[in-house]
Every structure is written in structure tokens, then in C-alpha cells.
Design a protein around this ligand. Structure first.
Ligand SMILES: [Zn+2]
Length: 114
């Protein structure tokens, strides 16, 4: 069983280091934590949201803004982290950065024909 709270902590720690390298201000770095906490709340509790897939997509664009990256769906990666997602992880990981398309499977409760 994956400890999802630990994943968020690790993620924030790694991102804090990267944020300094990226030249983000202290205020911008402080804005990352609530953004990731909100994102992980959707990823960990998708059933609480009317449209978790669209919500995560919007949050990924928001994160790209916070990081001063261009808004680009080719780099979105968090859909696959959604609880209960059965889409192929490795095949999809190879697409990140190359295309907006992602593989989905018919038994995924979130992404099939979304
Ligand atoms: Zn899926």
C-alpha cells in the first residue's frame, strides 16, 4: 500500500530544492505548498469531486503558472496518480513531454473516454 501522505511530503521537499534552482521567490515557493496540497486532495479523493479529471488538468496548468513554465498539456503527469486509475503507467510516462495524448483503459473509472 502506497503511503500517499508521504508521497506529498517527498514531492514538496524535492520541489523546494528545484524551486530555489528555478529562481522562484520566497513568496512563490510558499504558494507551491497549498497548490500541491489541493492537487493531492483531488488525486487521493477523486470521488469527492464532480469532475476530478478536469480539476486536475486545471490545477496542472495553475502549477505551470506558479513554476513560470509555459502552459503545456504535453507535460501534464498527475492524472496517472489518481487513486483507482488503472491506465498504463510506464507507457504513459514515455509520452510526457512529447504529446498531450495519453493511453487509457476501459476499466479505468476516471479516464476511459473522458
Ligand atoms: Zn486512468
Amino acid at each position: 500500500m502506497v503511503d500517499r501522505a508521504k508521497i506529498l511530503d517527498t514531492h514538496l521537499a524535492v520541489n523546494a530544492v528545484f524551486a530555489v534552482k528555478q529562481g522562484l521567490t520566497r513568496k512563490e515557493i510558499a504558494a507551491l505548498r497549498p497548490a500541491y496540497e489541493a492537487l493531492f486532495d483531488v488525486l487521493n479523493n477523486p470521488e469527492k469531486y464532480p469532475d476530478p479529471v478536469a480539476t486536475v488538468t486545471e490545477m496542472e496548468y495553475n502549477l505551470q503558472d506558479l513554476w513560470h513554465f509555459p502552459r503545456d498539456a504535453k507535460y501534464h503527469k498527475y492524472q496517472l496518480w489518481m487513486k483507482g486509475c488503472t491506465c498504463p503507467k510506464l507507457d504513459n510516462a514515455e509520452l510526457i513531454g512529447h504529446t498531450e495524448d495519453r493511453y487509457s483503459v476501459s476499466d479505468c473509472p476516471w479516464h476511459w473516454r473522458h
